[in-house]
Write a protein that binds this ligand. Sequence first.
Ligand code: PLP
Length: 223
Amino acid sequence: MSIQEQLKEVLASISKSEADAGRDAGSVHLIAVSKTFDADYIRPSLEAGQRVFGENRVQEAKGKWPRLREDFTDIELHLIGPLQSNKAKEAVALFDVIHTIDREKIARAVKTEMDKQGKQLELFIQVNTGAEPQKAGILPQDADAFIALCRDELGLSIKGLMCIPPASEDPAPHFDMLKEIAARNGLSDLSMGMSGDYDQAIAHGASFVRVGSAIFGKRDYPV
Ligand SMILES: *Cc1c(COP(=O)(O)O)cnc(C)c1O
């Protein structure tokens, strides 16, 4: 199948999952995860109308998106990979949304850059719902305090929460945990669900799903 056909299938599947879950049509946003693929490979999805994309590396995104934005002016770019504070300046300049705020140092660096650049990004806090040592994200037991710090001390407006459940586990309890942390902190947006589980994530309340390989095919090198 072509990228355009696969994109269409994913969008149809999202619509069906929205309906099955009794959610409003259009309440779930598709982030097409284009990491590892170059600009020419991504282009057909833009020509098919997709405008919201996710990348996990600042450097890689910098190499392809400024060029694509010359041809498609209404692109919305989401950073879904871990951010180092020395990349905050470039990240704020390039992206519209960051999903991976997970510690005070990064929150402060992003706040400083947004103020400097006069640019307001939408921000998600990443929660390490499985408490995996190798994975980014604030630990669930520290999430409430971190959300409060971001809002009250740094004056950041937080859009929602993001998680990547452990690969080997049923993601449902992780989706529910994220939803519960969001609800008790008055946050409505949930960034959760990937190619293998986005329908399930929608059933559990996702408002942003991050889908890569189901649209663009298998990635050639691990990331
Ligand atoms: C790569 C990636 C995705 C997309 O994964 P697929 O399984 O290819 O859909 C989603 N979220 C994050 C954070 C990623 O790094």
